[in-house]
Design a protein around this ligand. Structure first.
Ligand code: MV4
Length: 449
């Protein structure tokens, strides 16, 4: 087992990893930027190293600075958390070259899944269901036109370097194709330095349901059931829950088996997530694979009853997994509390948290790095807490969430708490009837107006 793990991240996920390391008897090294000197992850770790100024590009994304911090502290492994360098193939390889274990996927696995057209071709080969579409990259507008005609409108054009909706265009008729082709390529080239495009049949009003997997270094993988992340706004998840209200036992088994097949086909090592689109007839299609621990991992932990960070560390240290799959025994919901003004287009609201009172009680978990007097820096993402509630049924979980949101006090910055409170009043959400289109139709009422 590792003796000392460096956590190449900040905020709640850095705390989350430090806590599990402590329970496992592993020493921890925090790294921090000058903007994070007063952060809890710095205080909770055994050692802390300043790795640069506030700008992520010169601190949390600086490979030389992080490797130097690992070397001077003699860390034998690095946990990258999510975001930052967690899906950076170069960083994974550099860690390996320095004899430091990267707690995550190998460089090759990250490369294979990072390029979406390659990922899809790989998954087709593995026998995982994919949306009908082009074979790999489209090499010209003419090729795009022919492909669209063959699969039939409407179609979706996607950037191979994309993810998170960038460089993606829904096209409903041939007259829209040329404009979409040009603008998507321009957008993708600017964002990723890669303008490769592929095409799929457009799935109307899909659900986003993802399967948590874990693979060991012996080629074996298992799944830990699903999370429904359909409540999103501009590709930012707002709420996640498990089990999905749309799920059936039969579909869970089929999707779980497909996700395990996907992971084992690439001998996937570590915790990963296979994302699927699910249509109204419960057909499911591979969308992407995330080669990291995700923000919403706690709801899975709550319903299957184990610590995913501990499992990540164990497989990274060479332990075998049991090989059995895990099914939900409870219902868990996570809401992301962001420092944003929901009534002003979810605009970021950084600043000082003047007062902070955390909700508690049975079935309530709060993953946060915030406290009264904490200054939310403007340089990073705006998430300040994840409120996770767990109960026997979905109804009970929703009632508990309502109760917990009512106890939560955050003063000094605007937060998304009022949004979540309104969401819980929504009839369709309460019935569990929602798709990725839900937020487009949701009408938020500003109580001040
Ligand atoms: C799609 C789709 C419909 N049809 N692909 C959005 C993010 C990117 N990773 C894939 N996405 C989509 N791909 C086909 N063929 C609809 C979306 C989509 C979406 C997917 C998951 C969650 C929210 C979404 C919001 C809008 C569009």
């Amino acid at each position: 087992m590792f003796k000392k793990v460096l956590i190449a991240n900040r905020g709640e996920i850095a705390l989350r990893v430090i806590r599990t390391c402590k329970e496992m008897g592993i020493k921890t090294v925090a790294v921090y930027s000058k903007a994070d000197a007063d952060s809890l992850h710095v205080r909770f770790a055994d050692e802390a190293v300043c790795i640069g100024p506030a700008a992520s590009s010169e601190s949390y994304l600086s490979i030389p600075n992080i490797i130097a911090a690992a070397e001077i502290t003699n860390a034998d492994a690095i946990h990258p958390g999510y975001g930052f360098l967690s899906e950076n193939a170069k960083f994974s390889r550099i860690c390996a070259e320095h004899g430091i274990k990267f707690i995550g996927a190998t460089g090759d696995q990250i490369d294979k899944m990072g390029d979406k057209a390659t990922a899809k071709e790989t998954m087709k080969e593995a026998g995982v269901p994919c949306v009908p579409g082009s074979e790999g990259i489209l090499d010209s507008l003419e090729h795009a036109r022919k492909t669209a005609k063959k699969i039939g409108y409407p179609v979706m054009m996607k950037a191979t370097a994309g993810g998170g909706g960038k460089g993606m265009r829904a096209i409903f008729a041939e007259s829209e194709l040329e404009g979409a082709w040009k603008s998507a390529r321009r957008e993708s080239a600017a964002a990723f330095g890669n303008d490769g495009m592929y095409m799929e049949k457009l799935i109307l009003e899909p659900r986003h349901i993802e399967i948590q997997v874990i693979g060991d270094s012996y080629g074996k993988a298992c799944h830990l059931s699903e999370r429904d992340c359909s409540v999103q706004r501009r590709h930012q998840k707002l709420v996640e829950e498990t089990p999905s209200p749309f799920m059936t036992d039969k579909l869970r088994k089929k999707m779980g088996d497909a996700a395990v097949k996907a992971a084992e086909f690439i001998a996937y090592e570590g915790a990963g997530t296979v994302e699927f689109l699910v249509d109204k007839d419960r057909n499911f299609y591979f969308m992407e694979m995330n080669t990291r621990i995700q923000v919403e991992h706690p709801i899975t932990e709550q319903v299957v009853g184990f610590d995913l960070i501990r499992e990540q560390i164990k497989v990274a240290a060479g332990e075998k997994i049991s090989g059995k799959n895990y099914f939900p025994e409870m219902h868990s919901i996570e809401v992301r509390i962001n420092a944003e003004d929901a009534f002003n287009d979810f605009r970021p609201s950084p600043g000082m948290i003047a007062s902070f009172h955390a909700p508690g009680g049975h079935g309530v978990r709060l993953d946060t790095h915030c406290y009264s007097g904490y200054m939310i820096p403007p340089f990073y993402d705006s998430m300040i807490a994840k409120l996770i509630v767990t109960a026997r049924t979905r109804e009970e979980a929703i009632d508990k969430l309502e109760r917990a949101l009512g106890e939560f006090v955050i003063e000094g910055v605007k937060t998304t708490i009022p949004f979540h409170q309104q969401l819980l009043q929504n009839e369709d959400f309460r019935r569990g009837v929602y798709t990725t289109k839900f937020m487009e139709d949701f009408e938020l009422k500003d109580p001040a107006k």
